[in-house]
Design a protein around this ligand. Structure first.
Ligand SMILES: [Fe+2]
Ligand SMILES: [Fe+2]
Length: 263
């Protein structure tokens, strides 16, 4: 089985490059399952139900998120729609699983791709981020209940040490641990000794002619004068960052992880 994981889709530039380039990536790499982090889909801040469904129409199966999940309030009502529909679009948008348990939405999804059961877990780090439940122990609890062998974890976190640690902690228990949130891809992709594919950060799918997606003059200005400023997405040098994970669908072990950066 080949899984494509697309890093943080940022604003219209990110959505457009994903739409334009996804068909050829799917064909070229024989992709079976597509997961994307969509926390920045709405002009960099959050995701609306309409944008989520636009991404699902591109053949994306599951959308993960992170700290920006509540930026667009419509997403709260969307999560409340889930009701009895365990596989509808609202159910396939995740928020980090280690948020307080009574928050709307879910941090784990279990589905079928063809005849292969799979699961996606979304977690958020705690170093230099809001305090949430322990992502390591929440992963333990979730893994006790998941029956699928093919399991992908999106670890949305700031600190490289926390992400690398989670990779080692889950090695052999999940197919892949992929990092998101910093919007800068790292060159450390590898398959760990017990069969878990790992990368510290997949990188952003969006405009690189800026500061992690935002117009550079706005962010540089904020560092210079500390004045509040409304951030707007940058537009230039748009790239799609993703990883392709090849795995054995019977055991869930990863064979290979390949990093992609497409402009
Ligand atoms: Fe992000
Ligand atoms: Fe983030």
């Amino acid at each position: 089985m080949r899984i494509l994981f697309i890093g943080d889709i940022f604003g219209r530039p990110g959505r457009t490059i994903v739409k334009d380039r996804l068909p050829e990536i799917m064909r070229g790499h024989g992709i079976n399952l597509i997961i994307a982090n969509g926390e920045n889909a709405a002009a960099g801040f959050g995701i609306t139900p309409a944008l989520a469904e636009e991404l699902f129409e591109l053949n994306i199966d599951v959308i993960t998120t992170g700290n920006h999940i509540w930026d667009k309030r419509e997403i709260v009502d969307y999560f409340k729609l889930i009701g009895g529909n365990g596989h509808g679009p609202a159910r396939r948008v995740l928020r980090p699983a280690n948020y307080p348990s009574d928050m709307p939405g879910s941090g784990v999804y279990e589905g079928m791709k063809g005849k292969t059961p799979y699961a996606v877990i979304n977690l958020q780090g705690r170093v230099f981020m809001a305090s949430n439940d322990d992502p390591f122990r929440v992963a333990d609890q979730l893994l006790q209940k998941i029956k699928a062998k093919v399991i992908l974890v999106d670890m949305h976190a700031e600190a490289t040490s926390e992400k690398v640690s989670l990779g080692w902690y889950l090695d052999g228990r999940v197919t892949a641990v992929v990092g998101t949130h910093t919007h800068v891809p790292t060159a450390d992709e590898r398959v760990l000794p017990n069969g878990t594919a790992y990368i510290t950060d997949v990188g952003m799918s969006g405009p690189y002619d800026g500061v992690i997606g935002v117009k550079k003059e706005l962010v540089v200005g904020r560092f210079l004068n500390n004045m509040p400023v409304r951030f707007e997405p940058a537009t230039g040098d748009v790239r799609l960052c993703a990883v392709v994970i090849d795995c054995d669908e019977d055991t869930g072990k990863a064979r290979k992880i390949e990093r992609l950066m497409i402009s």
